[in-house]
Design a protein around this ligand. Structure first.
Ligand code: KG4
Ligand code: ZN
Length: 344
């Protein structure tokens, strides 16, 4: 049995600044998070420059607060894990540079974590019994992918989006329907008051022989119907269409593999309709269904610390000159698919 290690995790790749302390035996000693919703709300979306400046202001105090809450000092930390991409480059630079500075000052190893790997492994932080390989539906604001998670650092991409990410579609729909920001939760709230069968909307690529996702046509169809239906009915019908797409594409992927479980992660996994439909799909296949708790689905630093813990246990650390990366696919062998959902 390996000795227990303590990892400090940093996250700053989009619009959440976060620091967390997590142990290799899955204790979350502290997780601190500062959202930036108020700063971005006037623009109806995340403004990269504003995001980067906000990360600079709050990351160091969050690290201090996390250490205080956990009752540990930097000297007691075994490694520092920081998101090194993909994401908005200004924010990624803030977090990675902070991680490097702390690693250098405290004489600790640095683990550069792929943000997507943070999401991909987060279900194993919440559930010690989740074994490889599992099929992961990773649905966030920047990504919509089906990945066979074969081990730490071993991800086979089975499908991705050819245009928008699912969360991006939620965000754009919320903006179009003037439901508020951030978009996903706003659409979910409005959808609860509407009829999912009210508006006839397309299900792009459903039933198609190709494995990928597409949401751009759905978003345009919502725009065309916007004047003829209530926002609640539009939101409910949109959400149902997204759910149908996610389920159909995941069912297709399941046909060719034998995973231990169906797992969902990423911000859109916080959506209760999405979770319920995937749970039913897993049951249909006699598979375990695993979804991290809601707070662990959206961006946070505990998932980065945990991915850092898994990499550190494998003996993988990174040099201090490792560069921040705006794009960083989890499966380097996967073919490039046009437009594959990368945040602006
Ligand atoms: O993983 P995440 O926090 O950040 C990225 O790495 O993208 O995901 C954020 C995305 C946003 O597009 C947000 O609208 C969406 O997840 N989201 C939701 C819900 N909560 C967050 N989408 C649908 N329903 C929700 N309840
Ligand atoms: Zn994310």
């Amino acid at each position: 049995m390996d000795a227990m290690s303590l990892i400090l995790g940093l996250e700053s790749s989009c619009d959440e600044t976060a620091a967390a302390l997590v142990t290799s035996d899955r204790q979350i000693l502290a997780h601190k998070l500062a959202g930036q919703e108020d700063a971005h709300r006037p623009y109806g979306g995340v403004v990269p420059e504003i995001a980067a400046r906000a990360h600079v202001e709050v990351l160091a105090p969050l690290v201090e607060a996390a250490l205080a809450e956990a009752g540990v000092t930097l000297a007691e930390v075994d490694a520092i894990a920081a998101t090194a991409g993909p994401g908005l480059i200004g924010g990624v630079m803030v977090g990675l540079m902070t991680g490097k500075a702390l690693a250098l000052a405290a004489g600790k190893p640095l683990v550069a974590v792929n943000h997507l790997e943070g999401h991909a492994l987060s279900p194993r932080l919440a559930d010690a019994t989740l074994d490889f390989p599992y099929l992961l539906l990773l649905v966030s604001g920047g990504h919509c992918q089906l990945l066979l998670v074969e081990g730490v650092g071993r991800y086979r991409r089975l499908a991705t989006t050819i245009d928008d990410a699912a969360g991006e579609a939620f965000d754009k729909t919320a903006k179009l329907l003037r439901l508020g920001f951030p978009g996903g939760p706003a659409v979910e709230r409005a959808a609860a008051l509407g009829d999912p069968r009210a508006v006839p909307l397309p299900r792009p690529l459903v039933g198609s022989g190709e494995p990928h996702f597409s949401f751009a046509g759905l978003k345009s169809a919502v725009a065309r119907a916007a004047n003829d239906y209530s926002p609640e009915d539009l939101a409910a019908s949109f959400q149902q269409a997204v759910v149908d797409c996610l389920v159909d594409r995941t069912r297709r992927a399941l046909a060719g593999i034998a995973p231990t479980a169906l797992v969902v992660a990423g911000g859109v996994a916080a959506n209760k309709a999405v979770r319920a439909a995937l749970e039913a799909l897993a049951a249909e296949h006699g598979l375990r269904f695993v979804a991290p708790p809601l707070w662990l689905c959206t961006d946070n630093a505990a998932m980065i610390a945990w991915a850092g813990a898994e990499r550190f246990a494998a003996g993988w650390t990174d040099p201090l000159d490792i560069p921040p990366r705006p794009r960083w696919p989890l499966d380097p062998d996967a073919e490039q698919v046009r437009g594959a959902g990368v945040k602006a």
